[in-house]
Structures are given as structure tokens and as C-alpha cells.
Design a binder for this molecule. Structure first.
Ligand code: GDP
Ligand code: ZN
Length: 304
């Protein structure tokens, strides 16, 4: 029987596919994918053949026949068709790292993933102005910014609503409250992940594996070992392309005096002018310049 489905986990050459019949199939990919150097990823929509016997010992086994065209894919963590990237940062302990936030937002934007900034620990607020400043930076850039507290549950519903029907991942430094946030959104998340893992058997998590957890009509990627997106490996190794990670710069793109403008301080730069006029926030402009210089310094042998 041919079925369509979604890869929810890949490990050691086996892929767990949640098929349209509601069952989970343990799959092998057909040899043609290896020949074509295509690696199936969690998040891939696929067609499977349940009549292909890949292992007579396994109850629901199938072969992956076809991988549907991807909307996007990331290499680290390896995942396809991500809709949302929740960029998590705490207001305090640790305090926000705006450059890291902007890197994660740019990595998402370049890969056609919606970045959503979540500021946690707002119950620890002792400086209203600082939170306001951060909100202003991202409001101006048209990036969703949600302020939450995992202690009082403020803002939790707002995050939950954005997860529905989507494939989402969470990123942010250790200690910013990612696990607390997931537990606040899904109080029985731990239980559920325990169940899925049992069902999916095979192997334990390493940093190379991603597992999608079906929750509340959407999927949340469990990406162990990743606190920040790898900027070199997620389509940001080309300084000329970096500007596409800054959607707030787009209206000024192509309007600079010099066509070779790098927007890092040149005369007649339309992006710089927009920053000076207050149309682009200074922080975003600074992050861009810092990232540009960082990418410029990356040698080709440091890539892939
Ligand atoms: P992770 O490393 O990103 O998963 O962070 P954790 O969820 O483990 O949280 C790190 C610490 O911050 C823990 O001690 C949490 O109890 C605490 N924490 C997380 N979210 C909040 C919050 O919204 N408010 C406060 N006051 N503490 C929080
Ligand atoms: Zn420019």
C-alpha cells in the first residue's frame, strides 16, 4: 500500500514516518536517495510503500519511495519544512544577547522560516525601560515579540496559539527557559515525549538527531544539543546574501549610491540613512555589520 506521511525522526538510517492512516512506520529509504546524495530529514513529507519488506521482524515497516519538495531545510540541526523558529531569550539571568538573537532571526529569515522572539522571565523585571527598548527594536523590524513568564504563565497562550498546525523549533542559550516554556505550554509534555520515545524505540538522542513531537495539532522539534543556530552552516556563509536575513532592510536594498555597497558604513548607503532617520533600529544595523564582518573572516575551509 502507498501512503503519504511525515518523517518524525531519523536515526541510524531508519526513519519513523507518521502516515496518513495514523500509524507510525519504521522505514528505510530506497537506495536511489543515497545515490542521489539526498538524506531524508525529520520534517520531510514522504510517500511510503508498506508492501516493501525491509525487516520481517518489524511490525510496521515500509520503504520511503519519494520525498516531497522541501520548503526549506537546515543542516544543523537537520530538519526540513520548519514553519517557525522560536528564538528564546530571558530578560534576566542570563540577560539578552541581542547579537545572538539577530543571528538566529537572520538564519530563520534566510531559510524562509518565521522567526518569533520570546522574552522569558519577565516576572523578574526590575527595569521596565529595558524590556520596552527590546520590544521597540523588534516591533520596528516587524518581528513578532512575545513577552512571557513561565512562572506566572503570562503570554503562554499566545505562544501555544502560534504552534498550532505548524512545525516549530526552539532555540536560545542554555538557561533562558526553553524547557520551562515547553512545560508551561504543555504540562504533560514530559509524559508525551516519554511515550513517543518508547514507541520509537531505537537508540537514544545524540546531537545529530531531531525528533518531532506531535502536540496540540502541531509538531515541536526536539533538537538536543543545539542552543544556537549554526550561522555558517545554515545559509549564512555568503556575506552578499546576509541582507536577505534582515527583512527590515529590504525596503532600502538597491537604493544605495554604490551598487557594491556592503551597508557597513559606506557613503550614500540607503540602509545607513534609514538607520540615521530612525526607520531602522541602530541595534539591528550594528548586528548586521558585526555579522557581515564575521562572515567576511570565515575561510572557505571552515565551511561545511
Ligand atoms: P533551558 O536551559 O533554556 O531549557 O532553561 P530552563 O527551562 O532549564 O530554565 C533555567 C532556569 O530558569 C530554571 O531554574 C528555571 O526555573 C528558570 N526559569 C525559566 N523560566 C523562567 C521564568 O519565566 N521566570 C523565572 N523567574 N524563572 C524561570
Ligand atoms: Zn548600503
Amino acid at each position: 500500500m502507498k501512503l503519504s506521511g511525515l518523517i518524525i525522526k531519523g536515526i541510524g538510517g531508519f526513519y519513523y514516518v507518521e502516515a496518513d492512516d495514523g500509524k507510525i512506520y519504521e522505514c528505510r529509504a530506497r537506495g536511489k536517495f543515497r545515490r542521489e546524495k539526498i538524506t531524508p530529514y525529520a520534517g520531510d513529507r514522504v510517500f511510503i510503500d508498506t508492501d516493501a519488506i525491509i525487516d520481517s521482524e518489524i511490525e510496521n515497516s515500509a520503504a520511503i519511495d519519494e520525498i516531497c519538495e522541501r520548503r526549506n531545510h537546515l543542516v544543523r540541526p537537520p530538519i526540513a519544512n520548519l514553519d517557525n523558529l522560536f528564538v528564546i531569550s530571558s530578560l534576566k539571568d542570563p540577560s539578552p544577547d541581542l547579537l545572538l538573537i539577530d543571528k538566529n532571526i537572520a538564519a530563520a529569515t534566510i531559510n524562509d522560516i518565521e522567526p518569533i522572539l520570546v522574552i522569558t522571565k519577565t516576572d523578574l523585571i526590575d527595569n521596565e525601560d529595558y524590556l520596552k527598548t527590546i520590544k521597540e527594536i523588534y516591533d520596528k523590524a516587524n518581528i513578532k515579540c512575545i513577552t512571557v513568564s513561565n512562572v506566572t504563565n503570562k503570554g503562554i497562550d499566545e505562544v501555544r496559539n502560534l504552534l498550532r498546525g505548524k512545525i516549530s523549533a526552539f532555540t536560545g542559550n542554555s538557561g533562558v527557559g526553553k524547557s520551562s516554556l515547553l512545560n508551561a505550554i504543555f504540562p504533560d509534555f514530559k509524559l508525551k515525549t516519554g511515550e513517543t520515545s518508547k514507541k520509537l524505540g531505537r537508540g537514544r538522542h545524540t546531537t545529530r538527531e531531531v525528533e518531532l513531537h506531535k502536540i496540540d495539532g502541531g509538531y515541536v522539534a526536539d533538537t538536543p544539543g543545539f542552543s544556537a543556530f549554526d550561522i555558517v552552516r545554515n545559509g549564512m556563509n555568503d556575506k552578499e546574501q546576509l541582507i536577505y536575513g534582515f527583512s527590515d532592510f529590504m525596503p532600502y536594498f538597491g537604493k544605495c549610491q554604490f551598487t557594491s555597497c556592503t551597508h557597513t558604513g559606506e557613503k550614500g548607503c540607503a540602509v545607513k540613512e534609514a538607520m540615521e532617520n530612525g526607520e531602522i533600529s541602530e541595534q539591528r544595523y550594528r548586528s548586521y555589520a558585526e555579522m557581515y564582518n564575521e562572515i567576511k573572516g570565515i575561510k572557505s575551509w571552515q565551511m561545511n
